[in-house]
Ligand binder design. Structure first.
Ligand SMILES: NC(=O)c1ccc[n+]([C@@H]2O[C@H](COP(=O)([O-])OP(=O)(O)OC[C@H]3O[C@@H](n4cnc5c(N)ncnc54)[C@H](OP(=O)(O)O)[C@@H]3O)[C@@H](O)[C@H]2O)c1
Length: 362
């Protein structure tokens, strides 16, 4: 199973909207006969590649797959039928597929055809491979990662707005990689106007540039910003009834798609649902604090990636990355479960996962 996970991870962030899946066919003595992984949506599933060299597998062969095989017709035929046809007698599965079209149906079908199925080997690792998929396939919303560069006391800028740079070069490069690993990237109009971020990956050798998204409120937007002027790739402005019509007109003229909510400001849930309808399964939220607070209040953040520097800003008026959440008692406070910690020069990158995120409930 560890080998199958390794194989699945080779297609990291390349299989959207599909999950990453690895498969290994082993003999009873542990010898690997064949293996495969799913490389991209529309291409063969991992099981198909692993079973491809055989018309029928040897009697003592065990097929090991990170995710439950599909039992429905998608872009490719069901893998369960292939497994039955190739006479696999033993199957080991990492985790159940949360996709409501599968969700145990693959396992039931295989057992009904006499395949011995064991489920839950390295389950957590297999489930964690597909955090993005697990969230979007159930909720029909993109998986949201919040990224912020913070001082040791959790501040994202000086009281006057200066924020370049809180963290060092290595942390910033890693931040660029995160951009390529998401299908869309979003900021609030405050950040657009004060920082003029380019919202692209300028370090990866072959970056997959995210769709750029801005949440606009009642204020004007900087028409000289990269977002407005750099007419490459898809750009989307999410606006509300408060957004001045002349702002919308100017932005449209610049070639940006403009979506207007019926609420005064674009609601977070509305914006995310629309982005998902456009096939965007993952979103990197890059602040600032006001927009972040709106996401956090609606429990729309799944993961945080906090770049933490050793600098101590020490000013009460300086904004904190989470914004103002208004909790009065500790019982109301939400928490992340800490994941990996990366050391990047003088800075740390701390990964945290919200318990409310659907992936933790599957
Ligand atoms: N260190 C870091 O990692 C980092 C990252 C990003 C930003 N920053 C810093 O953060 C500061 C900017 O943050 P900010 O809080 O002023 O701005 P922001 O969070 O980027 O944008 C907030 C604005 O977005 C608009 N908006 C649209 N939809 C909204 C919704 N549903 N809920 C709430 N607001 C919505 C509102 O505009 P209206 O008020 O016009 O209605 C709101 O004021 C800058 O100083 C920047 O340097 C730091």
């Amino acid at each position: 199973m560890r080998r199958a996970i390794e194989l699945a991870a080779k297609a990291y962030q390349q299989t959207d909207p599909n999950p990453m899946v690895g498969a290994v066919l082993v003999k009873a003595d542990g010898r690997i006969l064949s293996e495969g992984y799913h490389q991209a949506a529309g291409l063969p599933h991992a099981e198909v590649i692993a079973l491809q060299p055989f018309s029928e597998v040897p009697a003592d062969a065990v097929l090991v797959v990170t995710l439950e095989p599909c039992a429905h017709h998608g872009r490719t035929p069901p893998c369960t039928d292939l497994i039955i046809r190739k006479k696999v007698r033993q199957l080991v599965i990492g985790c159940v597929d949360p996709n409501p079209r599968v969700a145990g149906a693959g396992i039931r079908r295989l057992r009904a055809h006499g395949v011995q199925v064991q489920v839950g080997v390295c389950e957590e690792a297999c489930r964690n491979l597909n955090r993005v998929f697990n969230k979007h396939i159930v909720s029909h919303l993109p998986y949201v990662t919040l990224k912020a560069a913070v001082s040791l006391d959790g501040k994202i800028a000086m009281p006057g707005g200066e924020s370049r740079w809180i963290t060092g070069e290595l942390a910033r490069q890693r931040g660029h990689q995160l951009r390529s690993q998401h299908q869309a990237i979003a900021v609030g109009s405050g950040t657009l106007n004060s920082d003029n971020p380019r919202l692209n990956d300028r370090v990866s050798p072959q970056p997959r540039q995210p769709v750029r998204v801005v949440f606009a409120g009642s204020s004007a937007l900087d028409l000289q910003s990269w977002f407005v002027r750099e007419n490459t790739g898809r750009r989307i402005l999410l606006a509300g009834q408060e957004t001045p019509p002349e702002v919308l007109a100017r932005i449209k003229t610049a070639g940006v798609e403009v979506w207007v909510d019926e609420a005064p400001k674009p609601r977070i849930g509305w914006g995310l649902a629309r982005l998902y309808q456009e096939g965007l399964c993952s979103l990197l939220l890059e602040g600032g604090a006001t927009l972040t607070a709106a996401f956090l209040k609606e429990k729309m953040v799944d993961r945080i990636c906090l770049f933490v520097s050793g600098k101590i800003i020490g000013r009460r008026e300086a904004p904190t990355w989470s914004g103002e959440l208004g909790h009065k008692v500790l019982a109301d406070v939400s928490a992340v479960r800490f994941g990996e910690v990366e050391s990047l020069g003088d800075d740390l990158l701390i990964h945290g996962y919200f318990q409310h995120s659907l992936i933790d409930r599957i």
